[in-house]
Every structure is written in C-alpha cells, then in structure tokens.
Design a protein around this ligand. Structure first.
Ligand SMILES: Nc1ncnc2c1ncn2[C@@H]1O[C@H](COP(=O)(O)OP(=O)(O)OP(=O)(O)O)[C@@H](O)[C@H]1O
Ligand SMILES: [Mg+2]
Length: 592
C-alpha cells in the first residue's frame, strides 16, 4: 500500500550551527541578570551539597575516635544546614529557570506568530496547515527543556565536576587516578547511546508532527468525512500514523532508559573496585574516614559527567528545531511593500489593468488582461468556473504579485504604495466567507475595529442581515465559532458582506457575495446594494446573472482572457458568449 501523505518526515538532522545558537542567545540576552543570579545560587547549592562526604570524613576520622559528642553535633548541624541550603536553592532554581525558559519561548512563539501573519497567500497555498501548527507549538516547546535546565545545569555540572575532582585529589591522588579508570568506559557508552538516542527522538518528533497534521486536517474535514462515510479509511490512515508514533516512542524510551542503568552500573563497579583497592591503602596515608568520603565523592562524580553528555545531545537536537523555527521566521513574504513605497492617499476609485500577465506557479492563469474602470463604476465579472475571476480581484488587493503588466489605482501603480494603505481602502468579501470565534457583533466589526454598535447595525441592516440576527437568542451578542457552524451559508455571506461594507471602502469587491442567499433576500438586498454601491467602485463576481444586470459594465472572462466587455444590453445585442450564458440560465430556470 502506498504510504499516506501524512507519513512524510521532515529532515531533522542538522549540523551544529553556531549561527542558530547566536540567534537563540539574542532571545536569552534580556535575562542575563536573572541567569547570573541563578547560576550563583546553583553554585552555592552544589557547594553545600558537596561538603557532605567531607563532613563524614571528619566525623569518622576525628570526632568519633575522640568521642567528641559536641563536635559530632556541630558536624551534624552543618550537614543539616547544607541540606537545607541545597533544598532551598533547588526550589528557587526550578522556579527561576521555568520562568526564564517560558519567557524566552513565549517571545519566540510570538515572533513566529507575528511573522506568520505577514506571510503572503502563496506561503499558505502549498502547505498542510497542521505542519505549520506543529512548528509553532511543538517545536518551540521542544526548546523549553534546553532553555530551562540545560544551560544552567551545564555550568553547575562543570563546577561540580571540578570541585569533586578537587576533593578526590585532596583525599588521595593515587585513588583518584584508579577511580578515573572507569571514565573511558563511561565516555564510550554515553557516546554510543547518545547518537542512537538523538536519532530516536528526532524520529519520534517527526511521527508526532505527522500525527498532529493528520488530526488537524481530519477535524477540519469531519463533515466531508462523514458525508462520504470515509470514517473507516480515515481510521486506517490514523492507525498507521499513530502506530508510527507509538513504535518510535517505544524505541526512544528504550534507548533513553539504557543510559542511566549503564551509568549506575559503572558507578557501582568503580565504587566496589575502589573499596577493594582502597582497603589496602588504609594506613598508608589513607584513613577509614577519607576512604568513605572518597567513595562518597565518587558516587557524585558520574552524574554531572553523564549530564554533560546529555546536554550535548539536547543541544544537537534543539539545533534541528531551531533551524526549522528560524527557517520559518526567515521566510520572506512574497508580496512586500517596496522599500521606497509611499502611502496611497485617499483614492477616488479609478482602476486600470494594463497587459496584466499572472500565474500562481509556472502556468499562466491570466493572459494580457487590460481594462479601465471609472470611479463609481460597478464592474461585474462573469465566466466559467476556474476562468480566473477570483484571481483578477486578488491581484487588485495585491495578494499576489503579477508577472508583467501594471495595475493602477487612481493612476498610481499599486506596486509603488505600501500594502496596508492599499488594502485599507478596499472592502473585500472573499468567496469563502470566514466567521471568527466571537459574537456576531465582533465578526462584523472585524471590518473596521473602531466602528460603533450603531454603525455595525446599520451595515447589517443595509445587507438585510439585521432581521435574522435579532431573531437569534442573543441578537448581535450571539456567540458563533470559527467555522460559523451556527449559521447557514447564506447568513455567513450576509455577515461577511456587512463586514466588507462597514470598512466603508472606496473599492468594494464581492466574490460570489450572494450565491447562497435566497432570491427574495437577494432582491431586497439588491435595493440596499444599489444605494451602497453608489459613489464606490465595485467589482462583483456572480454566477447568477440576475445579480449583475445593472452593472455599469460586464467583463466576460474565459481561460484568463476578457472575451467580451460591455453593459448587459450591449452584450445581449452582440449575441455572443454572455448572451448564450444568459439564455442557458433562463432556460434552466424555466425548465426547473
Ligand atoms: N492558490 C492557487 N494556486 C495555484 N493555482 C490556483 C490558485 N487559485 C486558483 N488557481 C488556479 O487558477 C485558475 C483560476 O482560478 P480562479 O479562482 O481565479 O477561478 P474563478 O474564475 O474564480 O472560478 P470560480 O467561479 O469557481 O470561483 C484555476 O485554474 C485554478 O486552478
Ligand atoms: Mg472564484
């Protein structure tokens, strides 16, 4: 069976890159002070922790033989104090590091999100949205561990190692060298396991990403799934994706748990070895107390060493995530304002397309489109599905850049003005009317955030949405969700219609604005629309020709070219494509 398209892994192995690390440091830099403080506290904690075996040595070698109860009590007191200091410092460290780690992550995520908002349509056209989601959520989360523990631990682990080694050397140089015989073995094990482990985690993160992307798409498409009774098939795909996740998880965990037992074994072996050897040293400058203390330090020795290995691993892992995250941040919007772009002044609404050629990819979709529109005109675009109507009006808002030719508004090339100043003067109602989570009032106000309630209601009245809105249980305050499931298609269209109108734009673009609205509402709307359209340039795309008969001019589009152009009467007289289309609709209406 062919692999489903969700089981495609991203390449996550990245060579260590100083550049990514430097970029990450920019995010960490604001917390320099807090980090330094935490490191200091951690150093105090490890120092307090490390004093333990030395105190035991003092007790065995000095206080106990001398039967000095007071001395023993003092040593116990110091030990207790050291334990308390360690505990308190640890607690503080966890709080501080979580705080710093999460702040950094929050900033990275915010930057990523803000950047995503700027990216052009073409970025979103060709990617599963679930995978974008995974980068913003999962990949950023994966940095958390490195940020909150890794860096600080590294410093304290190195410090501990040095101090432990110092104590060990101080107690006995020969024993220390004997104990270090275990080191090459440990290094080899960490090295071997570490590589396997990293691969396993990368694999796991890939499988997780695939699963998330699939779940995301399935939930989005649940209606279609159920309508076509595709549940079984989807279950199969999901099972496949989820099996992949499970087995890579098992593998990762298995390898993960190889590490600590191995370290433990080595510790036990070296400690036993030192006991056996150490006893023969006793009397030759080594006391019982110092042997016990030495072994105490030896126990402590392996943990920071292994931690450093693990840290190295974590940073290599994080490198791959960082690369993906920064790659997305570096993604340039394909449509950008020119560096020397100027604000588009308040426009009158003259529009001109001059030999416009455009293709989303290689293939040309629009061929040499030219037309002129006077301020206040209503232009209707008609033509078969896929002929390029939506494409033409997307170019006017500069959602995509054209390949050649020119688009001018009020005789200004739209390439020379800033994008926000251009889009702010247009009211666009896209073909798929999107409703956001929130109240109906919020949804209409999306068109112009500073509109008053009265203005919102006026816009709703104008598009004949007012009636059905006030009939809902909370009127304008009724909550609707992101997919607008509480609303019928027509109601959704009316709301986005009101939204476009509220912006009070000089140029109004309505793509299939009325396709789902019943004829009665449409006729009522038509009257409101006429007053609304006066004084604005508007582009109307409609399959139902009844909507557009009063347009100043109709452009008949076919395969990215304008075949006919003129008023309804002109085109009817020409008896061409438009005339044919008109008659076929009327015929089907009459038959229907
Ligand atoms: N984002 C895109 N990426 C690549 N090709 C696209 C994209 N959007 C549309 N197309 C292609 O461009 C052509 C014109 O599409 P367009 O959406 O402009 O048609 P339309 O006239 O609006 O059709 P409809 O009446 O069905 O809305 C189609 O062949 C379509 O496959
Ligand atoms: Mg379209």
């Amino acid at each position: 069976m062919a692999r489903n398209k969700f089981d495609v892994d991203e390449e996550l192995e990245t060579p260590f890159s100083l550049m990514h690390l430097k970029r990450l440091l920019v995010y960490i830099a604001p917390y320099k002070g807090k980090i330094t403080l935490t490191v200091c506290i951690m150093l105090i904690a490890s120092a307090a922790n490390l004093i333990g075996p030395y105190l035991i040595k003092q007790a065995i070698d000095k206080e106990i033989p001398e039967k000095n109860i007071n001395g023993l009590l003092i040593l116990s007191g110091i030990y207790l104090l050291a334990l308390i200091i360690t505990g308190v410092c640890m607690k503080y460290r966890i709080r501080m590091m979580s705080d710093i780690g999460q702040s950094v992550i929050k900033k990275i995520r915010a930057d990523l999100f803000i950047h995503l908002q700027k990216l052009s349509f073409s970025f979103y056209d060709n990617r599963p949205h679930g995978k974008i989601l995974v980068r913003v959520v999962n990949y950023v989360n994966s940095l958390s561990d490195l940020l909150s523990n890794g860096l600080i631990n590294l410093i304290t682990d190195i410090f501990s190692l040095v101090v432990i080694l110092g104590f060990m050397l101080f107690i006995d140089v020969k024993l220390t060298f004997l104990a270090l015989l275990g080191f090459p073995v440990l290094a080899a094990i960490i090295f071997l396991i570490k590589n396997a482990q990293r691969k396993a985690w990368q694999n796991l993160s890939n499988k997780q990403s695939n699963m998330n992307a699939y779940i995301h798409e399935s939930i989005n498409g649940i209606r279609v799934t159920q309508a076509f009774a595709r549940e079984e098939e989807n279950k199969r795909i999901f099972q496949e994706v989820s099996d992949g996740y499970r087995s890579s998880w098992m593998k990762a965990v298995y390898i993960q748990f190889l590490l600590w037992p191995s370290i433990e074994n080595i510790s036990v072996l070296t400690v036993s070895f030192i006991y056996v050897i150490g006893i023969s040293f006793i009397g030759n400058g080594v006391t019982v107390g110092s042997l016990v203390a030495f072994v105490g330090y030896l126990w402590m020795f392996w943990t920071p060493l292994a931690n450093i290995g693990i840290f190295y691993n974590a940073i290599i892992n994080a490198m791959a995530y960082l690369e993906r995250i920064f790659e997305m941040m570096d993604e340039k919007p394909t449509v950008m304002s020119d560096p020397d772009a100027v604000e588009l002044k308040e426009i009158k609404g003259k529009v001109e397309f001059k030999n416009v050629v455009f293709g989303y990819e290689e293939e040309k979709i629009l061929n040499n489109i030219s037309f002129k529109v006077n301020p206040g005109d209503t232009i209707a675009l008609v033509g078969a599905t896929g002929s390029g109507k939506t494409t033409i009006i997307s170019l006017l808002s500069r959602f995509y850049d054209i390949n050649s030719g020119q688009i001018k508004i009020d005789d200004v090339d739209i390439k020379t003005v800033t994008i926000p100043s251009l889009r702010k003067q247009m009211g666009v109602m896209l073909q798929d009317s999107l409703i956001f989570s929130g109240t109906i009032m919020d949804n209409i106000r999306y068109g112009r955030l500073d509109a008053t309630d009265e203005e919102v209601i006026m816009a709703a009245r104008a598009v004949r949405a007012h009636q059905f809105i006030i009939e809902m249980e909370d009127g304008y305050q009724t909550e609707v969700n992101e997919r607008g499931t509480r609303l019928s298609n027509g109601q959704r269209q009316l709301i986005s219609f009101a939204r476009a109108l509220l912006a009070n734009p000089r140029i109004l673009i309505l793509d299939e604005a009325t396709s789902s609205i019943d004829t009665e509402t449409e006729i009522a709307l038509q009257k409101g629309l006429e007053t609304l359209l006066t004084g604005r340039t508007s582009f109307i795309i409609a399959h139902r020709l009844s909507t557009i008969q009063s347009a100043t001019r109709i452009l008949f589009i076919d395969k990215g070219e304008i075949l006919e152009e003129g008023s309804h009467e002109d085109l009817m007289n020409t008896k061409g494509h438009y005339w044919k289309l008109y008659h076929s609709q009327h015929l089907s209406l009459n038959i229907g």
